[in-house]
Design a protein around this ligand. Structure first.
Ligand SMILES: NC(=O)N[C@@H](CC(=O)O)C(=O)O
Ligand SMILES: [Zn+2]
Ligand SMILES: [Zn+2]
Length: 345
């Protein structure tokens, strides 16, 4: 096989940041993806339809000439999100979901939800409106081990929500554990998960390979090999509940190579090639299109893209860094080679 052509993929979990960063980040994604769910964890967070509309326009203004890219907006749930805000979001047509950041769980989650009971009415409204509940699924209790936070969240928080609102569409974002895979598999067609390239490829040894590796630090943290195997198997399984979401999360090199480094891996520039390499290694390249281009829009109730992307079999070396807001960002697999080069056509 010298080239693989697939329906243009979408990224169902992406951080583009804001301001000056947009001129760097948007182009990387628009070269590979037709649409992306854009995460709302800005400072201040995207909590109103007005803020979402303005952010969407700033993203559109940063799309390079000659490329079409549609930002699908997500709004940030707080303790004060009301059902009226949910209804306004649904009426906007460009907001597709609300994101739960348990307060303190991850980057820019300080304004997040402190107690799930505070958003009960909003969740009901989302269920009624058909908006997707997008979940950073980790508890924040200091006494829960960091490697257990996802599994504990599913048991204590997510399963009860699933049981109480059976019509609510839920996406458990960036899954990392066998427990998450099992939960999604058994929870029916209204429950799905996004899977990142790093959680398919790396186990937690990557964090300490020959020394401490700040660029492998992301949340949820990389897990043990048995969990990586479960997540990778889910990605290639052909189960429509599992689809592509890079969680590409750019931070400047200086913010990661620090005594309190930021969590997040940047993968957007070569995202589809990273997935393609992993799928091929698993003998499942024929399943890539469903995972990357079909299952996401089907779950969100959006049409599949009609354009195409070609993966040419040609080696490329991932750059050591890319420009970001006057600094630089170190990408996933910096300096290493990938067997494909993608182009939208
Ligand atoms: N994944 C990460 O490690 N970081 C994300 C936040 C998130 O998705 O949890 C970020 O915004 O930097
Ligand atoms: Zn997250
Ligand atoms: Zn994220």
């Amino acid at each position: 096989m010298t080239a693989l052509t697939i329906t243009t993929p979408d990224d169902w979990h992406l951080h583009l940041r804001d301001g000056q960063a947009l001129s760097d980040t948007v182009a990387h994604t628009a070269r590979q993806f037709a649409r992306a769910i854009v995460m709302p964890n800005l400072k201040p967070p995207v909590t109103t339809v007005e803020l979402a509309a303005a952010y969407r326009q700033r993203i559109l203004d940063a799309v390079p000439n000659g490329l079409t890219f549609e930002p699908l907006m997500s709004m940030y749930l707080t303790d004060n999100t009301t059902p009226a805000v949910v209804e306004a979001a649904a009426a906007s047509g460009f907001v597709h979901g609300f994101k739960l950041y348990p307060a303190g769980a991850t980057t820019n989650s300080d304004a997040g939800v402190t107690d799930i009971r505070n958003i009960r009415d909003s969740l009901k409204a989302m269920s009624d409106c058909g908006l997707v509940f997008q979940v950073h699924g980790e508890v924040t209790d200091a006494d829960v081990d960091i490697f257990d936070r996802e599994a504990v969240f599913i048991e204590r928080i997510l399963q009860p929500i699933r049981d109480s609102l059976p019509q609510l569409k839920i996406v458990l974002e960036h899954i990392t554990t066998a427990q998450a895979v099992d939960f999604v598999r058994s929870a029916g067609t209204k429950t799905a998960a996004t899977i990142t390239p790093q959680h398919i490829r790396f186990n937690r040894n990557e964090l300490f390979r020959g020394g401490l590796r700040p660029h492998a630090w992301c949340l949820p943290i990389l897990k043990a090999e048995s969990h990586r195997e479960a997540v990778a198997a889910a990605a290639i399984s052909g189960d429509p509940s599992f689809f592509l979401g890079t969680d590409s999360a750019p931070h400047k090199r200086t913010d990661k190579e620090s005594d309190c480094g930021c969590a997040g891996m940047f993968s957007a520039a070569t995202a589809i090639e990273l997935y393609a390499q992993s799928f091929e290694a698993a003998g499942a390249l024929d399943r890539l299109e469903d995972f990357a281009s079909h299952f996401g829009p089907d779950f969100y109730g959006l049409p599949r893209n009609t354009s195409q992307l070609t993966l040419e079999r040609r080696e490329q070396t991932v750059p050591d860094s890319y420009p970001l807001s006057g600094g630089e960002v170190v990408p996933m697999l910096a300096g290493q080679s990938l067997p494909f080069v993608a182009s939208r056509g």
